[in-house]
Design a protein around this ligand. Structure first.
Ligand code: PA5
Length: 445
C-alpha cells in the first residue's frame, strides 16, 4: 500500500505542534477549495477536461503513432511532465537495442541540438508537436517557425500532416496557426497553467505516443483528487494538506531548502518536474522554500555531503517505491570480502542505501517525510503527480500567495523581447540601455 511516513518529519526547529497549528486552518481552506472548484479555477483537481481528452486525443494519437519520431517543442511546464513520464514509463529509449518510437523534447535554446535533429531526423518519419498554453512563448514559437520550415522544405504542403498543436482553445498565436493552416490540435483548458498540466494533452500526448498507459496515469491522479473534489471538507485528512502544513511550518522556521530525494531510479526526472512546480508556484513575496531535486543513490556521492553537514536549513521529501524489478542475483563466487552480497539481488543495494541515507538525514536533523509508492507504474506515477500538485497549491494558500501565477519570470522575458527588437517594449529597451551603460569589470581566465 502506498503511504506517507511521518515519524521523522519533525525535529530540530520544527515540531509537530507547528504543523498542527496550520491544520487548524483546514476549515478556511475547505471553503476556499470548494469556491475554487465551483469557479473552475482548479482544473488539475476537478479534472473535468478528461472527457475532452478521451474524446479527442485517440484520433491524433493514432496519426502521431504512424511516425517513428516525435519532436516536442515546449518549455517549462509544457515539457517537464512529458520528460518525467518518458523516463519513468518508457525508459527503453535510452537503453541498448531500442529501435521503436522515439521522443525528442526540445525545451531549450540549443542551436547545436536543434540543428542535429533537423539534420538526422527524417521529416517523412517525424511528427512535430508544438506545446504552449499561451501560444506565444518565444522559445517554443521560434522553434515552431524553424520546424515548420524544415518540414515544408522536405514535404511541401504535406507538412501540415506532420504538425500537431497543443494550446489554448481560443487564444494565442498557435491557435491562430491551427485555424489558418487547418492543423490538428488539442486544447489546454482554461486555468490549467503549464506546471499543473502534465496530466492533460500537454504530457499525455507524448506519453501516449510512446505507448505509456495514459489512462492509468489519469486514474491514479483521479484517485488522489476524488476525495477533495467530492468533499472539500476532507482536505483536513488529505495527505496533500498534511504536506502543505508541514511545508509551511518548515518555511516559518527557516528551513529554506526542500530536497526531493528520489530513490526510485526510474522516477529521477520527476525531480526537475517537481522543482519547477514548487519553485514557480511558491517563490513569491520573498517567501517559499527552494526545491532541490536529488537522485538516490547517485547523489549520495555528490550533494548528499551538503545535505548532511551543510547549513541546517534543509528538509526532505524522500521517495521510494515497492515491487521494483530486483535485477540479477550476485553469484556465490564473489571474493571473500564481498561474500555478503552473494545470493542477493542487485536491487537490495538500493533498498539498503535508501534506508541508510534516510537514517543519516534524520540523524543530521533533516526533517523528512517518506513517500512510498506501491510500484513504479503509471497509476502510481499519476498519484504522485496529483499529490504533489495539490500539496503545492495548498502550501501557497497557507503562505497567502497565489500558487498559480509566475509574475517574476515575466521581467526577463520582456527584456529578452526588447533585446530582440520586438515592437511594444520601449520601456524595457530604456531599462536595457541603462543596464548596459554600467561599465563591465571583466577578468580574463
Ligand atoms: O508552469 C508554467 O506556467 C510555465 O513554466 C510555462 O509552462 C512555460 O512558461 C511555458 O509556457 P507556455 O506553455 O505558455 O508556452
Amino acid at each position: 500500500m502506498a503511504y506517507l511516513e511521518w515519524s521523522r518529519a519533525f525535529g530540530g526547529r520544527v515540531v509537530r505542534a507547528h504543523a498542527d497549528a496550520m491544520q487548524a486552518r483546514a476549515g478556511e481552506m475547505a471553503v476556499r477549495l470548494k469556491n475554487e472548484l465551483d469557479a473552475g479555477t482548479l482544473p488539475f483537481l476537478s479534472m473535468g477536461y478528461v472527457d475532452a481528452i478521451r474524446r479527442d486525443m485517440p484520433a491524433i494519437l493514432e496519426r502521431a503513432r504512424m511516425y517513428k519520431n516525435m519532436l516536442v517543442l515546449g518549455i517549462g511546464g509544457s515539457a517537464l511532465g512529458a520528460r518525467a513520464m518518458q523516463r519513468a514509463f518508457a525508459p527503453s529509449q535510452d537503453m541498448p537495442g531500442h529501435d521503436g518510437r522515439t521522443l525528442w523534447i526540445a525545451d531549450n535554446v540549443c542551436a547545436v541540438t536543434l540543428g542535429k535533429w533537423f539534420e538526422k531526423l527524417d521529416p517523412k518519419e517525424t511528427c512535430v508537436v508544438t506545446i504552449s498554453k499561451s501560444g506565444g512563448t518565444i522559445e517554443t514559437i521560434s522553434q515552431y517557425f524553424l520546424a515548420r520550415e524544415w518540414l515544408q522544405k522536405a514535404l511541401g504542403a504535406a507538412w501540415k500532416d506532420h504538425m500537431f498543436l497543443v494550446t489554448d482553445k481560443e487564444n494565442g498565436f498557435l491557435r491562430e496557426q491551427a485555424s489558418e493552416h487547418g492543423l490538428a490540435s488539442l486544447e489546454v483548458p482554461d486555468y490549467l497553467g503549464g506546471r499543473y498540466s502534465a496530466l492533460s494533452a500537454v504530457g499525455l500526448l507524448p506519453a501516449g505516443y510512446l505507448g505509456i498507459d495514459w489512462e492509468a496515469l489519469l486514474e491514479g491522479a483521479a484517485s488522489v483528487a476524488r476525495p477533495l473534489r467530492e468533499n472539500p471538507a476532507s482536505i483536513k485528512e488529505h495527505p496533500a494538506f498534511a504536506l502543505a502544513c508541514w511545508a509551511k511550518s518548515l518555511e516559518e522556521y527557516s528551513y529554506h531548502d526542500l530536497i526531493f530525494f528520489c530513490y526510485e531510479p526510474l522516477f529521477a526526472t520527476y525531480g526537475p518536474w517537481f522543482a519547477q512546480l514548487w519553485a514557480e508556484s511558491l517563490g513569491k513575496d520573498g517567501l517559499g522554500t527552494m526545491p532541490v531535486p536529488a537522485t538516490g543513490v547517485t547523489d549520495q556521492h555528490s550533494v548528499n555531503q551538503m545535505f548532511l553537514d551543510g547549513q541546517r536549513n534543509k528538509a526532505c521529501l524522500f521517495l521510494t517505491s515497492g515491487k521494483a524489478v530486483k535485477g540479477p542475483v550476485f553469484p556465490d563466487t564473489l571474493p571473500e570480502g564481498w561474500q555478503f552480497l552473494a545470493g542477493k539481488p542487485f536491487a537490495s543495494l538500493l533498498e539498503a542505501e535508501a534506508m541508510g541515507t534516510r537514517m543519516a538525514l534524520t540523524k543530521c536533523q533533516v526533517p523528512l517525510v517518506h513517500i512510498h509508492l506501491d510500484d513504479a507504474s503509471e497509476y502510481s506515477g499519476g498519484r504522485l503527480m496529483l499529490l504533489l500538485e495539490a500539496a503545492t497549491v495548498f502550501t501557497g494558500w497557507l503562505m497567502g500567495i497565489n500558487p498559480l501565477d509566475q509574475p517574476a519570470v515575466e521581467l526577463g522575458k520582456r527584456l529578452a523581447n526588447a533585446r530582440l527588437g520586438k515592437p511594444g517594449y520601449a520601456a524595457e529597451e530604456k531599462d536595457l540601455a541603462a543596464y548596459l551603460e554600467v561599465s563591465e569589470e571583466r577578468q580574463s581566465f
